[in-house]
Write a protein of this length. Structure first.
Ligand code: FAD
Ligand code: NAG
Ligand code: NAG
Ligand code: NAG
Ligand code: NAG
Ligand code: NAG
Length: 505
């Protein structure tokens, strides 16, 4: 066991300003009146950053969740600044008497549904100050604090797709070493030599099942500028896009420098669906042969250019500060299934347009290839727990979502999104094209991604959880996210989310 704790640096943000009396009164009945014994104990343990609902810092951190749906009101937010702070957090939250009846959640901030990474009735552990990124001397390993702004905390333990996926494998496959604080307050490392079972289980097994992750040491590689950007098309070109994408999916194994995301998006500004695609060539080649099938389709607009990774990612600023509802499924690379999914999406959008009393909403029906080369990389790099290596053919993943403005709109939009998602699944199944694999990072609370990894992988995760958290404290005291103890209970998340959403179907 290493004792490398990383130096505790003074945090970047100082001198929190507090709001005036009027807004304190507004906030008080909601959250401050609750039992703050545990929060005081966290302060007493020497943690300098404990935010209460009466501060602007608390409000700022709450507002920083991508999806408004995820913004809950914990008793307090604790912000560790280094690994030894996280040990103090764990010792206080999990072992101390003051917190014996207090639940908690660990946050990055991108999961769209309430309760994944934040809690109403407890304490939120906000990793936002643990964000240092360093490169080792010869630039072979990058060490990344799990609270770094890019949302790595949950992203990495849910798989992690990127423009480099076909070249490098999932983000999680590129973790050489995880640093984690266990329920017992121990700092453990997981890599090919040390705790290899934990190393494998963390690669897709949802971090919050095992402990609090503090650092990811990743294999680094050199990358220059990319060619790419987005292009828009009239939805009347759907059939051409589907035909080209089916070919594309089967070609990724031979053209690994590319990435191609195809989206049917409803834009309130156009009051219509347009096709938006994100093309990327990670080697910086303009219109490489791999994109041939798309080049001839007439574009309305495009931003295609040579740019940095950061510049290209910036274009993906989708739906921020809305209430986001997501649904994901995986289907065979079959044009008939694909076409039907796009038709169901059109029906869903038409229905929302006709019945929503707030025109300010947007949708995406986003498809991404999952060719077999992805799991080939995974296996070569030590193996992950997602079970994709069982698939011997190329498939396609769907993310269907809607972003709305109010809680009322969210309640109204949830059932139809789920209904059309189930229609899509049923149609795919009727053609033998429903793939039993659910991408954790895109799944809504009622889906069960861990179960979709297969019984053998579920059992591996269970074994590792028992080893590092024998009493299952993270299963009960940190109820958010997809829990191994909830697998097969009808929802990977569980009763808390059922209550939050009123078990909305
Ligand atoms: C705008 C946007 C773009 C996205 N783009 C991509 C993309 O390109 N590729 C992709 O794969 N996904 C993408 N996603 C999905 C994203 O990967 C998931 O929402 C993911 O779960 C976000 O994780 P997070 O790091 O923000 O953590 P959170 O959403 O805060 O947490 C997710 C889960 O991980 C747990 N967790 C977080 N940090 C820790 C920690 N340090 N230790 C233990 N448990 C922890 C939480 O408790 C929670 O259960 C995107 C999402 C959005 C909103
Ligand atoms: C905010 O609430 C905490 C906890 O109750 C309290 O200790 C602190 O003094 C309050 N701050 C202000 C400015 O009211
Ligand atoms: C909160 O956010 C506002 C707006 O971004 C900023 O001006 C303010 O300094 C922040 N306050 C704290 C305490 O972080
Ligand atoms: C607050 O919680 C602590 C620990 O669970 C308990 O001892 C204490 O009595 C509670 N205080 C109130 C006012 O409920
Ligand atoms: C870089 O350093 C690591 C250890 O820090 C070593 O294993 C690796 O061989 C080095 N690579 C090169 C190209 O020097
Ligand atoms: C798409 O093409 C149709 C005609 O085929 C046209 O009426 C419509 O305005 C076009 N939509 C966009 C967004 O350009």
């Amino acid at each position: 066991m290493h004792t490398d704790e990383g130096g505790c640096q003074p945090s970047q943000t100082r001198g929190y300003t507090h709001r005036g009396a009027v807004s304190i009164l507004l906030v008080l009945p909601v959250a401050l009146a609750r039992n703050s014994t545990c929060c005081e104990a966290l302060r007493g343990a020497g943690l300098a950053h404990v935010l209460y609902p009466n501060s602007t810092a608390y409000e700022n951190r709450t507002e920083s969740y991508w999806s408004v749906s995820a913004q809950l009101t914990p008793y307090c937010i604790v912000q560790p600044t280094c690994t030894s702070d996280v040990v103090k957090v764990v010792n206080t939250l999990l072992k101390g008497a003051a917190c014996s009846s207090t639940k908690f959640a660990v946050r990055g901030g991108h999961t769209t549904w309430a309760g994944a990474a934040k809690i109403d009735d407890g304490v939120t552990v906000d990793m936002g100050f643990i964000k240092t990124v360093t490169l080792d001397k010869n630039a072979s390993t990058a060490s990344i604090g799990t609270g770094a702004f890019v949302g790595v905390g949950g992203f990495m333990t849910g798989g992690g797709n990127s423009f480099f996926l076909a070249r490098q494998g999932f983000a999680c496959d590129n973790v050489k070493n995880f640093e984690m604080v266990t329920a017992n307050g121990d700092i453990v490392h997981a890599n090919a030599d040390e705790n290899p079972d934990l190393w494998q289980a963390l690669k897709g097994g949802a971090g919050a099942n095992f402990g609090i992750l503090t650092r990811y040491d990743m294999y680094a590689f050199r990358a220059g500028n990319l060619w790419g950007g987005t292009a828009t098309y009239n939805k009347s070109t759907s059939a051409e896009h589907i035909a080209a994408y089916v070919k594309w999916t089967d070609n990724v194994n031979k053209y690994t420098a590319g990435s191609n995301i195809l989206i049917w998006t409803y834009l309130p500004s156009l009051v219509d669906i347009v096709i938006l695609t994100a093309y990327e060539d990670t080697e910086g080649n303009e219109w490489p042969a791999g994109f041939e099938g798309f080049k001839a389709i007439p574009r309305i607009t495009d931003t295609l250019r040579i740019d940095s990774h950061k510049g290209l990612i910036a274009e993906f600023e989708i739906g921020y500060r809305y209430r986001d509802i997501w649904f994901t499924m995986t289907f065979a690379n079959d044009p008939e299934v694909y076409t039907k999914i796009v038709e169901f999406n059109q029906a869903f959008v038409d229905e929302r347009k006709a019945s929503s009393d707030d025109p300010d909403f947007g949708t995406q029906c986003m498809t991404q290839s999952i060719p077999t080369i992805f799991s080939k990389h995974s296996v070569e790099k030590g193996g992950n727990i997602m079970g994709l290596d069982k698939l011997d053919h190329n498939v396609v993943m769907l993310l269907s979502n809607i972003a709305v403005k109010t809680a009322e709109q969210e309640a109204v939009a949830r059932p139809p999104l789920r209904y059309y998602g189930e229609k899509m699944q049923d149609f795919a199944a009727s053609k033998g094209g429903l793939i039993d694999w659910v991408y954790l990072n895109y799944a809504d609370w009622y889906q069960d991604p861990l179960a979709s990894y297969g019984a053998d992988n579920v059992e591996k995760i269970r074994t590792v959880v028992r080893k590092f958290d024998p009493q299952g404290i993270f299963q009960t005291k940190a109820p958010g996210g997809f829990k191994i103890s909830k697998v097969g209970t009808g929802s990977g998340a569980g009763v808390e989310e059922r209550a939050l959403y009123g078990d909305v179907m």
